[in-house]
Design a protein around this ligand. Structure first.
Ligand code: E4P
Length: 215
């Protein structure tokens, strides 16, 4: 399973890159706002220059024509740029038009299997089901991933599933067990993935014994 980082913060991206675990990046308008940079195209270009893998930059237009125009502009920023589009009727139209021109699209804000099926039909390279936001309203986020994986496998669909809205390490582990292609993970959760109290206790014990030996 590939690991993407879900952030527009360059320091977080650099940190994950230096850990050697990063395959790509996803951003959205809220993450852009959190990064506090108004020159968003420049920021996306800087992210693409840092990361060798796919970088999703989201359109803010809500109509198909606007999405297509914005998607083409974003796509021109870098060969790594993936155009992120909300999963609406206009979003499907824009996805078909952009993917027909060879521009990869990540259809985002996916909450049902039917939306994921439509994403594949429209030619999306990626679909992003949001597990955390479903859990937040007492629905089964990982159950949705299980169902999409099953349907995509049944029809040998090539659209890659990005498990998004990840809240904790267990989302990542369950995504891997289900065979999802990608998890896009906040920086905080990437760091949580490596932590275990027995690892810390083991290091402390090794150091204590080593220091005793040294006198
Ligand atoms: C995915 O691409 C989105 O950027 C992200 O995962 C949304 O997560 P949130 O529900 O934590 O905002």
């Amino acid at each position: 399973m590939k690991f993407f980082i879900d952030t527009a913060d360059l320091d977080e991206i650099r940190d994950a890159l230096s850990m050697g675990v990063l395959d790509g990046v996803t951003t959205n308008p809220s993450l852009m706002a959190r990064a506090g940079r108004k020159d968003t195209d420049k920021l996306l270009k800087e992210i693409c220059d840092l990361v060798e893998g796919p970088v999703s930059g989201e359109v803010v237009a809500l109509d198909a024509a606007g999405m297509i125009k914005e998607g083409k502009r974003l796509s021109g920023l870098s060969e790594h740029l993936v155009v992120k589009i909300p999963l609406t009727i206009d979003g499907l139209k824009a996805t078909r038009a952009l993917s027909d021109e060879g521009i990869p699209v990540n259809l985002t804000l996916c909450f049902t299997v039917s939306q994921a099926l439509l994403a594949a039909k429209a030619g999306a390279a990626y679909v992003s089901p949001f597990v955390g936001r479903l859990d937040d309203i007492s629905q089964d986020g990982m159950g949705l991933i299980e169902d999409i994986v099953e349907v995509y496998e049944k029809y040998e669909i090539g659209t890659e599933i990005i498990v998004a809205s990840v809240r904790h390490p267990d989302h990542v582990v369950r995504a891997a067990l289900l065979g999802a292609d990608i998890a896009t993970i906040p920086h905080k959760v990437i760091k949580q993935l490596v932590q275990h109290p027995l690892t810390d206790q083991g290091i402390a014990a090794f150091m204590k014994d080593w220091n005793k030996l040294q006198g």
